[in-house]
Design a protein around this ligand. Structure first.
Ligand code: ATP
Length: 497
């Protein structure tokens, strides 16, 4: 993970927000290459989800909405994470990410150990238990630890569990609900009546505008409304780089279906669509898995939720949630606003409140996944046969920030430079391309490998003296072949879509 964070900074993908002031935890900036990569991810999703489908339309709603929206949606009352404070260190923890275990020797509990969720939480707590036993010089066989998180601690156990910050028991509080919505005030007055929220999800925009779209958009069930935009959550413990941040971007789609439709089949279809889409932007299937939320843990209105998980270097984590949300959201808004949220069924001549299937994904989590899956350090041979290291980012041509680098073999040969610049002008009308004439050709290839450019085109003597073809060098195989200008355009048309 450190290598990826370092590359992201070094090559201008991602910076800490407000870095010159020491940064702000949970906020990030995207640099020149990062912003291109992010835009490409968004554009691919928008093209595939909205433009290339006949049954989905797009919208863009405001970040600050009427505060009643969040009462109706349940966020004011219930959008919270369980929070545990350490009264001594003033550290705050998410209770479901803070684990503990009794230390049991010869059947007797002799103390407690604790630790934050990690790639190997059980192993870490087992080691902590062994060390506890050794320090206290307790004799006898140690039982394997049985870990639980702080939401499962009994009131009697809480004072006995050590704080991860101090290592001592007695300072942790019982978990309490912490609402994650950022509050602000709208207008000149700052009183209770002016309180508003930065949206914690984009989805409510689609529900609140459902009637507007139905009345103006000539849509027929089943149909979807999609949106891409920023969301804000005051996460207790932002972590794992951009995986969990406080300001992030979501791509969500609400697919409205008839109440009598086969919702399970529809849910399965979207699950497949989402997984296929992730493959289409280059994520390896081997890193993807599904997590079905257990029935007992589902919200009361949810019929089924399945997450597409991705194997990040810090563990298998949620990337994309696909939820069957019944008619809960529209019914809530109908009740709170007093405005019917219905669709007129021409067949039965009845008004119905549609049900919804919701695929919801974070752009930043996808971006981190493609960086993690694409990053490699390899031993390769240079032109003289010497082994050297190359860092390569295997990004799909669909999302790579630069599609082609145009390189004149030598910068002091005018004819090469003129032809290269001519090609550059022609290509950049349609594609993100990069012109580079500085340094040895091998070094220029390496620079492009590191930022994920799928192809380099070298303008060499054969180009200007013989048949006009260029050398096309492929990032992944490093193979080189000759290609005509027309073939280059065809290649890009096929691969960059
Ligand atoms: P988690 O359990 O990881 O907190 P969630 O289940 O609360 O996520 P949803 O409310 O379903 O997430 O949001 C939909 C998607 O938005 C998630 O699958 C994820 O890709 C993205 N997302 C949610 N919270 C964050 C965050 N703090 N930072 C970055 N992306 C996020």
């Amino acid at each position: 993970m450190d290598a990826i964070v370092s590359l992201a900074k070094r090559r201008g993908f991602i910076f800490q927000s407000s870095e010159i002031y020491g940064g702000l935890n949970g906020f990030f900036d995207y640099g020149p290459l990062g912003v291109e990569l992010k835009k490409n991810i968004r554009d691919c999703w928008w093209n595939d989800m909205v433009r290339r489908r006949d049954d989905v339309v797009g919208i863009e709603t405001s970040i600050i909405m009427h505060p009643k929206v969040w009462e109706a949606s349940g966020h004011v009352a219930g959008f919270s994470d369980p929070l545990v404070d350490c009264k001594v260190s003033k550290q705050r923890y998410r209770a479901d990410q803070l684990f503990f275990a009794p230390v049991i020797v010869e059947g007797k509990t002799v103390g407690y150990v604790s630790g934050l969720e990690s790639e190997n939480t059980v192993g870490d707590l087992q080691t902590a238990a062994e060390s506890f036993k050794r320090k206290k010089a307790i004799q006898g066989a140690l039982a394997p630890v049985a870990i639980r998180d702080m939401t499962e601690a009994t009131p009697e156990e809480i004072p006995l569990i050590p704080s991860p910050a101090t290592g001592e028991p007695g300072s942790l509080t019982a978990p309490r609900a912490f609402n994650m919505m950022f509050q602000t005030n709208v207008g000149a007055m700052t009183d209770a009546s002016s309180v508003a929220y930065l949206r914690p999800e984009t989805a409510q925009g689609m529900f609140v505008d459902f009637k507007n779209v139905v009345d103006t958009g000539r849509v027929k069930l089943p149909f979807g409304i999609a949106q891409i935009g920023k969301s804000f959550r005051n996460e207790i413990t932002p972590r794992n780089f951009i995986f969990r941040s406080r300001e992030f971007e979501q791509m969500e789609m609400e697919y409205f279906i008839h109440p009598d439709a086969d919702w399970l089949a529809c849910h399965e279809e979207w699950l497949k669509w989402c997984r296929d889409w992730l493959l289409s932007i280059g994520l390896p299937d081997t890193h993807l898995s599904l997590h079905e939320h257990p029935k007992a843990k589902l919200a009361f209105y949810s019929r089924r939720t399945v997450d597409i998980m991705f194997q990040y270097p810090f563990g298998v984590q949620e990337l994309w949630g696909i939820a069957a949300r019944s008619d809960y959201d529209l019914k809530q808004h109908q009740q709170f606003s007093g405005v019917p949220q219905t669709w007129f069924d021409e067949g039965t001549k009845q008004k119905v409140v549609p049900h919804v299937i919701e695929p919801a994904v974070g752009v930043d989590r996808i971006l981190l996944a493609v960086l993690c899956a694409g990053y490699a350090e390899e031993d390769v041979k240079d032109e003289k046969g010497n082994v050297e290291k190359r860092t390569v980012l295997r990004l799909s041509p669909r999302i790579a920030p630069v599609k082609v680098a145009i390189l004149p073999l030598l910068k002091n040969k005018e004819a090469l430079v003129v032809r290269a610049k001519e090609l550059h002008v022609k290509l950049k009308r349609r594609f993100a391309v990069f012109y580079d004439e500085a340094g040895a050709i091998g070094r220029r290839y390496r620079r492009q490998d590191e930022i994920g450019t799928p192809w380099c085109v070298t303008i060499d003597f054969e180009t200007i003296e013989k048949d006009g073809t260029f050398t096309l060098r492929e990032r992944d195989s490093m193979a080189q072949r000759r290609i005509t200008e027309a073939e280059l355009f065809t290649l890009l048309d096929e691969q960059v879509y």
